[in-house]
Design a protein around this ligand. Structure first.
Ligand SMILES: Nc1nc2c(ncn2[C@@H]2O[C@H](COP(=O)(O)OP(=O)(O)O)[C@@H](O)[C@H]2O)c(=O)[nH]1
Ligand SMILES: [Mg+2]
Length: 165
């Protein structure tokens, strides 16, 4: 029987959540696309091993979808906070994190400092200092980062659920 594990992607609009879901779930997807804000939520599934599937749930980042976040967070084993890597974006992400800290209790929480290809990006270590959670740099539009992305999720889940290999 398969176990489904829920991983929520949280963060402001434009951070790169939809792109990360495409990177990890749809090999044929065009990663570098015009921005289309996610209406409410989006999801995709990755298969970790014979028995474990991971459902990635994106929480739409626009303010007017924020009312859905508490419901979308429910039942998540892991939450990936996605942020752009400019200082301004990271400070906004820190506010989001502070606001939801209570509800993230008991979940594995990591951050992705996305868009490392852009000039003016903070290094993942500096983003981590500000956010206070394990933070990993990424360029979600680069298909070569697919394996890195899988590993981030897999390593995060290893402490939380039984996964083979
Ligand atoms: N330069 C660059 N652009 C990115 C990267 N990741 C996503 N984008 C672009 O940023 C925009 C917003 O991405 P999207 O995944 O829709 O953000 P979301 O609102 O968090 O779901 C899109 O135009 C993406 O193509 C990245 O690593 N580098
Ligand atoms: Mg989106």
């Amino acid at each position: 029987m398969s176990q489904y594990v829920k991983v929520a992607l949280m963060g402001a609009g434009y951070a790169g959540k939809s792109t990360i879901i495409k990177l990890l779930t749809d090999k044929s997807a065009k990663l570098e696309a015009n921005y289309r804000p996610t209406a409410g939520m989006d999801c995709g599934t990755i298969t970790l091993d014979d028995t474990t599937k991971v459902t990635l749930v994106e929480m739409g980042g626009q303010n007017h979808f924020e009312f859905m976040w508490p419901d979308l967070l429910k039942g998540s084993t892991m939450v990936v906070i996605v942020t752009e890597s400019t200082p301004k974006a990271v400070l906004k992400t820190r506010q989001i994190l502070e606001k939801y800290r209570k509800q993230l209790d008991g979940m594995q929480v990591i951050a992705i400092a996305n868009k490392q290809d852009l000039a003016g990006s903070m290094k993942p270590e500096s983003v981590q200092d500000l956010l206070g959670i394990p933070t990993f740099g990424m360029v979600a539009i680069d298909p070569k980062q697919r394996v890195t992305g899988y590993k981030l999720i897999l390593n995060g889940l290893r402490d939380m659920v039984q996964v083979a290999a």
